[in-house]
Design a protein around this ligand. Structure first.
Ligand SMILES: [Zn+2]
Length: 598
């Protein structure tokens, strides 16, 4: 193992429903490919996330069903945990924002910002019901969006254009409870002083040369117009504001976006507490040479390149007003904000309400996780919006996984199993043998460099190009024609199997499930690419039960280098690694989509 510590901070899926494949193409698969590569390279990875469970949409869903927000969150947390685990996403801890630990750390960050002067109280106009005189939570106010003109915008955000709003911004606001026009009265809220970070954020972004250009440009442009942002909201579901006179008020909470991003830190601390070394998180958050990579879809860039870094700078005392680090000590800023663009589906925007959607669970009920992972890595929205079509999914699966990689594995292993029953002993190598082995072993450097820079499409393409070279070698050397020359046949088969072993290493971050199978087909035993598991745990502070994703990833024997395949390792006839998809699936899936979802 190296001493390099890498935090993989994965965007928190919102717990108002199951996640679709567009979601996991943004935050899920890219973060897992990255983490698996770094673990194979010997780096110490901590990959954390959880479900984001506060905020208005969950309270609206709860109102609609007549149950509590907690019940909505419990239900969707469990569904999302199951889906992400099935996809093989190797979180060290996937938790949730409704833990006591998370509330405590969120409050600590708020208080640290307040002490350093970066959070300040301000009188603002809040809505009350004229008939009862009580505060009207943001979600109970509806009106026309001042930005896009949508009629059903809510007091805190517009679901049509996605902009965050204040109730006072709405045109023709009405109470959803009784249709009356709310009255706006002066009340106090706390604001984050974003303009006080313009200089510090600019200095930091100025050193971030390696980011994807669109992410960096977008982030730099945000600095032109920073305004204080409301840190507290009129809502009864969220982290309480840790101040006298506020703590016990049921109608004032920390704004969901400020607590959700603190989740990266609180989940790291929860992981450390569960690991038996409560201080272990500091190696990823405070060591000067530790790195932190944040993964998300592009709609979340602002919260990761502006809001969260501002919270960290303020907590550290590193904005215009100075200050000192809070009780946790100085915290590291992101190394890189790795944002994907959007995935569309058959030319349309994903939409749960319009049922243009396929949920992860339904997808994995019919297709293998690695087939989806491969599509996202090789053809996903890494740096531009990308359309998912069933025809292209089927083509990539059949041409590249089945006919390309799967065929190489199958041909090599079955010939060696049939003729020798084991990995053959090679004789003297020819130039062709040596050239192939130089290509396959040399690819670790090129593919690894691409993966370290999050150029995953190029990395997958390069790995599959090497697979193509090995298939070409096998066809040219034609070991099936070498019955009269068993020594040469064995040399060719050993070379091909060594190439399969190398290619399996190169493809392991993308295809962890099939990589384990190929490892076993090559006569390997034990865990090659570890799978995440679901543990039923209890809250460390109040004992309430919930499921988490975690795993023993140090058990994996896969390394990021060519490993000599020992002659004499027994081999059995292989079973296919990938499933060929029939032409009929395309029409079936398109019909499902027309019928309104899976
Ligand atoms: Zn709007």
């Amino acid at each position: 193992m190296t001493d390099r510590h890498i935090l993989t901070a994965v965007a928190w899926p919102y717990a108002n429903g199951p996640r679709h494949i567009g979601h996991v193409s943004g935050f899920g698969v890219p973060s897992d490919v990255f983490s698996r590569y770094h673990r194979m390279a010997g780096d110490r990875v901590l990959m954390v996330s959880g479900t984001d469970e506060h905020g208005t949409p969950i309270t609206v869903a709860a109102d609609a069903e007549g149950i509590t927000p907690r019940e909505i969150a419990d239900r969707n947390n469990r569904i999302i945990v199951g889906d992400l685990q099935s996809l093989g996403l190797s979180y060290d801890l996937f938790t949730r924002t409704t833990t006591v630990n998370h509330a405590r750390i969120s409050q600590e960050i708020f208080l640290g910002l307040l002490r350093n002067g970066y959070v300040f109280p301000k009188t603002t106009l809040g809505a009350i019901s004229p008939s009862t005189g009580r505060t009207l939570p943001d979600r109970y106010i509806e009106g026309t969006c001042p930005i896009c003109g949508y009629d059903g915008a809510r007091g805190d955000q517009c679901d049509n254009c996605g902009n965050q709003l204040d109730p006072i911004d709405l045109i023709n606001p009405v109470s959803r409870i009784n249709g009356e026009t709310p009255k706006f009265v002066e009340e106090e809220h706390y604001f984050l002083d974003l303009p006080a970070f313009t200089r510090a954020l600019g200095d930091w972004l100025g050193t971030r040369k390696s980011w994807r250009p669109n992410v960096l440009n977008f982030s730099v442009n945000l600095l032109d117009d920073l305004k204080p942002r409301s840190y507290t909201r009129d809502i009864d579901w969220g982290v309480p504001v840790p101040l006298e006179g506020w703590r016990d008020r049921p109608d004032k909470r920390i704004y969901v976006w400020f607590d959700a991003v603190v989740g990266y830190l609180s989940a790291s601390i929860e992981w450390a507490r569960r690991s038996g070394d409560p201080e272990a998180w500091r190696q990823w958050w405070q060591a000067p040479d530790a790195d932190a990579y944040y993964f998300m879809g592009k709609d979340n860039i602002v919260f990761h390149s502006e809001i969260w870094p501002a919270q960290l700078l303020g907590y550290n005392g590193e904005g215009d007003k100075g200050g000192t680090p809070g009780d946790l000590g100085r915290l590291n800023l992101p190394t890189e904000v790795v944002s994907s663009e959007f995935l569309t589906m058959e030319g349309r925007k994903f939409s749960s309400s319009r049922q243009v959607v396929i949920y992860v669970r339904d997808f994995l009920a019919r297709y293998d996780a690695d087939a989806l992972r491969y599509f996202i890595a090789a053809a996903g929205p890494e740096s531009q919006d990308t359309d998912f079509t069933w025809a292209e999914f089927r083509r990539r699966n059949n041409d590249e996984l089945v006919a390309g990689w799967g065929n190489l594995v199958n041909r090599s292993v079955s010939m060696a199993a049939k003729n020798v029953g084991a990995v053959p002993t090679p004789g003297e190598l020819t130039d062709a043998d040596r050239a192939l082995l130089a290509t396959t072993s040399g690819a670790f450097s090129a593919v690894g460099d691409l993966l370290a820079r999050n150029r995953q499409k190029a990395a997958a393409t390069e790995a599959m190009r090497v697979v193509g070279e090995a298939n070409k070698y096998l066809s040219e050397q034609a070991p099936w024609k070498l019955k009269e020359d068993p020594a040469r046949r064995d040399t060719v088969l050993h070379t091909a199997l060594q190439a399969v072993s190398d290619c399996n290493g190169l493809l392991t971050p993308f295809l962890p499930h099939s990589a384990q199978k190929v490892h076993e087909l090559l006569g390997g035993t034990g865990v090659w690419s570890p799978a995440p598991r679901i543990d039923e745990v209890t809250d460390l502070d109040d004992g309430s039960p919930y499921p988490v994703i975690t795993g023993d990833y140090d058990e994996g024997t896969a390394i990021w280098a060519s490993r000599p395949l020992p002659p004499g390792t027994p081999l059995s006839p292989p079973t296919p690694v990938f499933k060929k998809l029939d032409e009929s699936i395309v029409e079936e899936e398109l019909a499902r989509l027309e019928e309104g979802g899976a």
